[in-house]
Design a protein around this ligand. Structure first.
Ligand code: BGC
Length: 732
């Protein structure tokens, strides 16, 4: 009895003492972040630290419940906030409060060439993620557009490292300003979906550093991304989710990344490598490979019990565990446990407006003979709208970016709203099957009957808008497979020919995330590239078609005439898609326009190209000096004049060439761009800051960037295919 009384007294005393103690520093919001992280870490057991490093459900990982440290909730990304899925499965959970705003695909954002819109995009999607209580947004994606067959190009920002770097940074800053971590993906070299889980990519160091890494580097160093996602594929013999060179050396050592490396879902293959080669958080694994249903518990994950056992047995250094836990805690303190975290909002009118603005500015006018566009209301009585994409949901499908949306205005909705129901006749024209993941199911409708019906409608019409392209079906613009052909699918070429036979006044509007072959190009008067435009697709397209909005988008990647003209395909199978085990990027640094220019192959449409309903003139190019030091900034000056009769925007593009260099260099490399908005007749002075250090190449002999002295040629134009002025400067 006596001893029980004593025990109770001691317990009470210690509880009282505890209550008088200060709160742990990690909860004291006035403390600097690193101090809070260290304090939290010091309070944790080994088990708790390990439990931070792997998933507890399909999209979340554990916090430390005992210490009040919250769970990490991730969600796709990158075009809207994905619906809630079941705890252990990919299938939707059936919530009724999770229908989001769909923003345009990242190819469209890149085509706007407008970093301000990128910031708006990031803030808007960040707010949607925040409202849904997400810690990490799984996006943006910045894998380089290497081949038009890649099924996921629509989720990325094009072929040019400068453009993608400058567009990705504000997106990240926008998302993170709302207290949600961006997760930049897929690091690195996941430039195709074919064999993505195992293909072993190799390429020169120069191509790696000059083409494939800059957008990730900018995301980390300028965007200050709080997390990054490892890619599925291998690079030089190691899977990218635990790749010593990519994660330990380049990302964490050279770039000083202090955030979390998250695996792609099911991208982890070894405890030893995951522990040692830079992975922090393991997601989506099953011990029987990447399947759709979990047969094994989360505690079987590579970074779960096997990691804990290794630590306990002294096989793994505790410092490795502490580093991972520290990074994950840092992410939690930056997001969920940040005192300054704003509240979000969901499907707000402002988000619709942002989606619409981005869609409007990304649409690219490719061809416009005899000013076919714009087509103002009232000009034509009978308008035929033909094609499945006019009336099909293009936010569903495509893999992990598939969205359950609050609403989606289709192109047909938009055109009917613009021109009036009585003036529009719609015909399907062609049909694909449903958007299924990982398999194709052709439409059951008869293709010839669809063509015949559409031809009848086109015959009666004053004007025809054909709205086709690709879609989010398997083997189209969709994760998990590449396109099988460069041609338009589902018999669209045949349909377009048939329409043109009965009505020459037929324009082609393509909704896709990739270039396609255009055998009918000389027969159609007008072509518009409309990407995947999200919830406001219909409004934005109708506004551009009718002329309420003047198109100002520019292509973020080159459109080849035929597939073999594309650099990756030129070198045959080992270059793309590889021999099923290995792949070598034989075109080296000559990706996109760098290839077309240097090899003197004419593309169908060059990088940076896009027409307007008005015309512009770029005035005389000058610089503040003619001789520069290697650390200098060149002040590049010129004027842009709107020489036409409509308000519009031109994207001035500055490319550089190093004519004499110890290594061969592309004829053009984009080093600056500026989107200039002008009233009719208005002239604006433009001044661009161009860093001389950006002219360096990656020198394999030095394993570092190298800027050789000498002359460089600045080239100004409104596309990579239309340089109107050149100016020589010297670097000493
Ligand atoms: C994709 C990622 C995505 C993840 C979670 C993976 O299959 O490659 O981009 O974020 O799934 O859905």
């Amino acid at each position: 009895m006596k001893s029980i009384v004593l025990t109770v007294t001691v317990l009470c005393a210690s509880l009282l003492a505890g209550a008088q103690q200060k709160q742990p520093v990690y909860l004291d919001l006035s403390q600097p972040l690193e101090k809070r992280v260290e304090n939290a870490l010091s309070l944790m057991t080994t088990e708790e630290k390990v439990s931070l490093c792997y998933a507890q459900s399909k999209f979340s990982s554990k916090g430390v419940p005992r210490l009040g440290i919250p769970e990490v909730w991730t969600d796709d990304g990158p075009h809207g906030i994905r619906e809630e899925v079941l705890w252990d499965e990919w299938g939707g959970a059936g919530w009724t409060n999770d229908s989001c705003t769909a923003f345009p695909a990242l190819t469209c954002l890149a085509a706007s060439f407008n970093p301000k819109l990128s910031l708006l995009y990031g803030k808007s999607i960040g707010e949607e993620a925040r409202y849904r209580n997400k810690t990490v947004l799984l996006g943006p994606g910045v894998n380089i557009y290497r081949t038009p067959l890649n099924g996921r190009n629509f989720e990325y920002m094009g072929e040019d490292p400068y453009l993608s770097s400058h567009m990705v940074v504000p997106y990240i800053q926008g998302v993170q300003s709302i207290g949600v971590a961006a997760c930049v993906k897929h690091f690195a070299l996941n430039n195709q979906e074919e064999w993505r889980g195992h293909i072993n990519v190799d390429l020169s160091d120069r191509a790696l550093y000059e083409i494939y890494l800059p957008a990730f580097k900018a995301a980390v160093q300028e965007g200050k991304a709080w997390s990054i996602m490892g890619a599925y594929n291998q690079f030089r013999g190691e899977h990218c989710c635990h790749n010593d060179l990519l994660l330990n050396k380049i990302l964490k050592n050279d770039w000083k990344f202090d955030g979390v490396v998250i695996s792609d879902w099911g991208g982890v293959h070894s405890t030893d490598q995951a522990v040692k080669n830079g992975l922090d958080l393991e997601m989506g694994t099953y011990t029987d490979g990447l399947t759709t249903k979990g047969k094994f518990p989360y505690s079987d994950y590579y970074l779960a019990n096997p990691f804990l056992k290794g630590i306990k047995e002294g096989k793994y250094d505790v410092a490795l565990l502490d580093d991972k836990a520290r990074r994950i805690l840092r992410l939690i303190f930056r997001t969920t446990m940040s005192a300054n975290r704003p509240f979000g909002r969901f499907v707000s009118p402002e988000h619709s407006e942002a989606a619409r603005k981005i869609a409007q500015e990304g649409i690219v006018l490719l061809k416009n003979d005899k000013q076919f566009f714009p087509v103002p209301g009232g000009k034509f009585k009978k308008i035929a709208v033909i094609g499945e994409n006019a009336d099909r949901s293009l936010v569903i499908g495509g893999g992990s970016s598939s969205l359950k949306v609050a609403y989606e205005k289709s192109p047909l909705d938009g055109l009917i709203a613009k021109y009036g129901k009585d003036h529009i006749t719609y015909s399907l024209g062609y049909a694909s099957g449903p958007a299924l993941y990982g398999r194709e199911e052709p439409s059951k409708l008869n293709a010839d009957s669809l063509i015949n019906a559409a031809v009848e409608v086109a015959k009666q019409a004053d004007i025809v808008f054909f709205i086709g392209g690709l879609n989010k079906n398997h083997f189209q613009d969709c994760e998990g497979g590449d396109r099988k052909s460069f041609s338009l699918p589902f018999g669209q070429d045949k349909l377009i020919d048939a329409l043109l036979k009965v009505n020459k006044n037929t324009a082609v509007v393509l909704l896709s995330g990739n270039a396609v072959s255009m055998p009918w190009i000389n027969k159609v008067p007008a072509i518009m590239q409309g990407w995947y435009l999200g919830s406001e697709a219909g409004s934005a397209l109708a506004e551009v078609i009718s002329g309420e909005v003047n198109p100002s988008g520019k292509l973020p990647f080159s459109f080849p005439k035929k597939l073999e003209d594309n650099a990756a395909h030129f070198y045959g199978k080992i270059s793309y898609p590889g021999d099923s085990i290995n792949q070598y990027y034989k075109e080296d640094i000559l990706v996109g326009y760098r290839w077309f220019d240097t090899k003197k192959i004419a593309p169908q449409y060059p990088f940076g190209y896009g027409l307007s309903y008005t015309s512009f003139n770029l005035g005389t190019l000058s610089t503040d000096k003619s001789v520069y030091g290697k650390e200098d900034i060149i002040k590049v000056r010129f004027t842009v004049k709107n020489t036409g009769a409509r308000y519009g925007a031109e994207v001035a593009q500055l490319y550089v060439n190093d004519p004499v260099c110890s290594v061969s260099r592309p004829l053009k490399e984009l080093k600056a761009f500026e989107k200039v908005f002008l009233q009719p007749g208005e002239t604006k002075n433009v001044e661009m800051d161009v860093k001389v250090s950006d002219f360096a190449f990656y020198d394999e002999s030095k394993k570092d960037w190298n800027l050789e002295s000498g002359d460089f040629v600045l080239q100004l134009g409104n596309s990579s295919g239309n340089i109107t002025q050149k100016l020589k400067i010297t670097v000493k």
